[in-house]
Design a protein around this ligand. Sequence first.
Ligand code: NAD
Length: 486
Amino acid sequence: MKDFKNFINGDYVTNVSGRTYEKRNPVDNTLIGHVFEAGKPEVDAAVAAAKAALQGPWGQLSVVDRVAMLDAVANEINRRFDDFLQAEIADTGKPRSLASHIDIPRGAANFKIFADTIKNASTESFEMRTPDGKTARSYGVRTPRGVIAVVCPWNLPLLLMTWKVGPALACGNTVVVKPSEVTPGTATLLGEVMNKVGVPPGVYNVVNGFGMDSAGAFLTAHPEVNGITFTGETKTGTAIMKAAADGIRPVSLELGGKNAAVVFADCDFENAVNTVTRSVFENAGQVCLGTERVYVERPIFDKFVAALKVKASEMKPGRPMDADTKIGPLVSKIHQKKVLSYYAKAKEEGATIVFGGGVPDMPDDLKDGCWVQPTIWTGLPETATVVREEIFGPCCHIQPFDTEEEAVRLANNTKYGLATSIYTQDISRASRLATQIEVGLCWINSWFLRDLRTPFGGSKQSGIGREGGVHSLEFYTELRNVMIKY
Ligand code: NAD
């Protein structure tokens, strides 16, 4: 049985309230341990530690030394790869094959990439003539923003947390992380890494707990927090933006999506089917960039639906460590209930269920897990609930289209604007659509292909701001202008 404590000022601590909650394994619902919920006193202590650390040795480090420390963090995560893997799998139930290829390596890489970015980042410099005939020079200096609150979701816990902690620390800030209540493991473990490589106490802090009336709300409302970076649902992003308004704190928001894939008849059919299979079912559909709406040009519609059905039937659910497991459970009972309510709604609203639609038949020892079947629907109107709302499960609705204009209209028919993927051999058409579909990320004949130097973020109600490469510097630093008169 494990205790998940808070990590404050370099120490693992419990809480003054004595309040804990259970962490259960999504694979079979067995109890993994107890999480100490941070209350106001713990959040206050974490923010105070983060603020003090800005004035301590951390604030005195040169960029070169800071970057060396972040490299050491990445190396130590890789050295303890198996510990991080176990923690991530215990929290999420995701297959080992996935976590070992994406979550943990990307978690480590996030420290390296931003160490490189900050090392090579430049600012502008201008010379001008003053009215009295002298010369002046203006130049930009990037300074840390201060204490950054990092509020994270549960779907890619280490990857999405380090995606923010990496650049925040590279830029010289300190952080207080609030991991998702259902995935406290890797954020907590990262404290050990920070201590091991000599990151000063208070630079990295973790407060566990929930959102409303708990650690998340206490942290984001805290007046000494200088910036809030958040990944999660649009509705939570709205609450956080309101909290940030007090004190005019900047926010970076990576929010929900209802992403469309657009498949033209001239596509490389096998690539389109394989890639859409991944974008719908990978991580049991719990990927913000995942596809929940598929639009297929009419001549290949039936063939595409049949092919995706075969792929769905091959998504074998099972234990994370089994080599033949293709899909894990959902992250929690609460999320399972939510996704199954959408499955019921689709049926009620008249969907044709091409595949799935319920809970898979699992062996007795896994029956209590948070399983749902990979699911494909057709035949619903654009107004149907499962075509409109983000489900965040392994499911999609497939609909035919006849013209390029119709495809664009359908893809844009959503309040969200996170990602899209377009499948066609006609690169001119793909480029046209890439500018017409209102999203932050557009893939052509691919999905989830990421160059970490490039901007990442959503448009419309999928977010505010861009992170990645030099774009992260816009949020994690203040750009100061210095003017010298010679
Ligand atoms: P969520 O919004 O429910 O929770 C995210 C975090 O916010 C959790 O740590 C939670 O405790 C905290 N929180 C909740 N209410 C809060 C409040 N009032 N104040 C402060 N903190 C609060 O999201 P989730 O269910 O954990 O994650 C799934 C969602 O995340 C989906 O909508 C998905 O699309 C989105 N997501 C987006 C991206 C992206 O890059 N755009 C990436 C991954 C996930």
